[in-house]
Design a protein around this ligand. Structure first.
Ligand SMILES: *Cc1c(COP(=O)(O)O)cnc(C)c1O
Length: 393
């Protein structure tokens, strides 16, 4: 079945997912490391590319293929490349696109490890990087050098929830032949499709909203053009950060309900954000669905909804933030995000406790900042629990 013209929800159920052999309703898990060739000619044809037969699971596998086609169909791209983790995707992109002497511009509040690996490891190979507040595209233009090869952004950024204008960045880069990359983990393609705005590469930590059930780690890249597939796919294969067939099956299964999960989580998030916004113990709330978000209009123009991630600042700083973590009982006190269960986290005492206070605050991580990934529980239960916890802070 050609799924090209189907709506998004139908694509989730049908795209890429065909098993012609036995008529299985779901994609079978081809839990094998290697594939038998019919004869020597078939083996030779698989290796030369004259046959699209399977060879070895690090290179290709029907279950993983199904996820890659599905992801491409959801992001309106040429092809997906499944990776062992979100960081596997990040490293495939960095290693595939950048070479010695190149320069990259990125969002300052980007996912921590994507910055750490660039500044600590890729710098050893002579790759330079600049981290700027990409919510103002002029900050990107100021950093562009003749060696700038890649602009790598995350929108909304984590945990500041500031947005980057996808169309503006794609135009700035396009005029100059610079490759654009978007980390779309916070939105999933249900809410945002960076390739539609002119980006070259989009990727996800599918650990989060895409799989959505907090039970696997994985990543997927989707490229706009065949040319980029021919650069990134061999890099993924040679780095060895391929996905496993079982992992791919779990993600395909999780994706079936992406629309209903995102819709429910987002409806809950709007209610939680409005509750927090007027709470006397909360200094501010950052959520793209609130009129108070400085980029509320941009959110409406490039996202199909405000999502399920909220940041808020507790009055009373570090202690109040930590205190709240001990008082809530419904959300799990855990890192990660995008699962069916609500998760709460206090960056200053947890994920960012090793970063000194001034650098932390430079990237918007204040002492009382709390990050909330809103799940699909009953919204009244989430709010009642927060209300009770706040009373005791
Ligand atoms: C979790 C995350 C990653 C890294 O993904 P892993 O699956 O943990 O390797 C990258 N970007 C964002 C925005 C994330 O939240």
């Amino acid at each position: 079945m050609d799924t090209k013209d189907l709506g998004f929800d139908s694509k989730l159920i049908h795209s890429g997912q065909i098993d012609d052999q036995f008529g299985s309703a779901t994609v079978p898990i081809y839990q094998t490391s290697t594939f038998r060739f019919r004869d020597a000619d078939h083996g030779a044809a698989c290796f030369s590319g004259d046959s699209d037969g399977y060879i070895y699971t690090r290179l290709n596998n029907p279950t993983i293929d199904a996820l890659e086609r599905l992801a491409a169909s959801l992001e309106n791209g040429y092809r997906g490349i499944a990776c062992s983790s979100g960081m596997g995707a990040v490293n495939t992109i960095y290693s595939g696109v950048l070479k010695q002497g190149d320069h990259m511009i990125s969002t300052d509040a980007v996912y921590g490890p994507s910055r750490v690996v660039m500044e600590k490891h890729y710098s050893k190979y002579g790759i330079e990087s600049s981290y700027v507040d990409t919510s103002n595209p002029d900050n990107i233009i100021k950093e562009i050098r003749p060696q700038t090869r890649m602009i790598y952004i995350e929108t909304p950024a984590n945990p500041t929830m500031s947005l980057t204008d996808l169309k503006a960045v794609a135009e700035i880069a396009g005029e100059r032949g610079i490759i654009t990359v978007a980390d779309n983990t916070f939105c999933s393609p249900y809410l945002q499709k960076p390739l539609d705005f002119g980006f070259d590469i989009v990727f996800h930590s599918v650990t989060k909203f895409m799989n959505g059930h907090a039970d696997i780690v994985g990543g997927v890249i989707v490229v706009k053009q065949r040319k980029l597939d021919s650069i990134l796919r061999p890099m993924m294969i040679n780095l060895g950060c391929n996905m496993d067939p079982h992992q791919a099956y779990m993600v395909i299964r999780g994706l079936k309900t992406l629309s209903v999960r995102m819709e429910k989580a987002q409806q809950n998030a709007i209610k939680v954000a409005r509750f927090l916004e007027v709470h006397p113990k909360v200094a501010w709330v950052k959520y793209p669905g609130l009129e108070s978000h400085p980029q509320y209009e941009l959110a409406r123009s490039q996202m199909d909804g405000p999502g399920a991630m909220i940041s808020f600042e507790m009055k009373g700083g570090l202690n109040a933030g930590k205190n709240l973590m001990n008082k809530v009982s419904l959300p799990l006190l855990a890192v990660s995000l995008g699962g069916v269960e609500s998760l709460i986290q206090h960056p200053a005492s947890m994920t960012h406790s090793k970063v000194d206070k001034s650098s932390r605050e430079e990237s918007g991580i204040t002492d009382g900042l709390v990050r909330f990934s809103v799940g699909i529980e009953n919204p009244e239960d989430i709010i009642t629990d927060l209300e009770r916890a706040m009373e005791n802070v």
